[in-house]
Design a protein. Structure first.
Length: 254
């Protein structure tokens, strides 16, 4: 029997066409939700649209006007937006603070910080008016400490944690919950691209280095992250807000 724990709910998922975002679209549809898949204008939405009751929106999470348009389209799927998975993000340059290119820092802060902020602001305003809703931001285990060679990414994910906690406090009295999922390296194109950058001739040779800090000694899967998301947005997690949830194979246990 299909899982219908999210039946009748409307969700927006950003970065929805691949990786964790695509796994989330599929999991939400399996739970009975209707989903607006929000990704870049040049995106191929074929896999997301095949997941179930899904509409696509091509836009830029850094533009407030695109958020307004996305909300309008999501509201064609149902009377209100119940879920935002604020997932879109980029990895940025591999460099330390001294060598990090300024233009690259601006780019990663725009997508990973401003993009999350605009989702919180615009979808949060809609949820505030309805006095209900759940927002889950995608952060990272990098947000709990320092990472010498991914300076911009680490900075951006620390900011996501701060925004998550601040928004959770502000919105809790109004029936809106805000949380963050913090994955360790996950088997997505972002990680495969990093492997290619570290070892162009044999990308998989870089994997042992990338998983050496994970006690389970492997990447997570997008589906494993999506299952945690499904719990956090469900009624079973109704008393959870402001939490930063590691999905990390034991990385932070050390």
């Amino acid at each position: 029997m299909p899982d219908q724990t999210l039946s009748g709910r409307v969700a927006i998922v950003t970065g929805a066409a691949r990786g964790i975002g695509l796994a989330a679209v599929k999991r939400l549809c399996a739970g009975g939700a209707s989903v607006l898949a929000f990704d870049r204008p040049d995106t191929d939405f074929t896999d997301a649209l095949a997941a179930g009751n899904v509409a696509s929106f091509g836009g830029d999470v850094v533009n407030a006007s695109d958020w307004t348009a996305a909300i309008g389209q999501a509201l064609t799927l149902g009377p209100q937006i119940d879920i935002l998975f604020n997932n879109a993000g980029i990895s940025g340059a591999i460099a330390n603070a001294i060598n990090y290119p300024e233009e690259e820092f601006d780019r990663i802060i725009a997508v990973n910080v401003k993009g999350v902020f605009l989702g919180l602001k615009h979808v949060g305003e809609h949820m505030l008016a309805n006095r209900s809703g759940v927002i889950v931001n995608t952060s990272s285990v990098s947000s709990f400490g320092g990472s010498g060679n991914i300076f911009g990414y680490t900075a951006s994910k620390h900011a996501v944690n701060g925004m998550t906690k601040s928004a959770a406090i502000a919105l809790a009295p109004h029936g809106v919950r805000v949380l963050a999922i913090c994955p360790s390296p996950t088997a997505t194109e972002m990680m495969f691209q990093l492997e290619r950058r570290l070892s162009p001739n044999d990308p998989e040779a870089a994997r042992p280095q990338l998983v050496q800090g994970i006690p389970m000694a492997r990447y997570g899967t997008p589906e494993e992250v999506a299952e945690v998301l499904a719990f956090l947005i469900s009624d079973a997690a109704a008393f959870m807000t402001g939490a930063l949830i590691p999905v990390d194979g034991g990385t932070l246990a050390k």
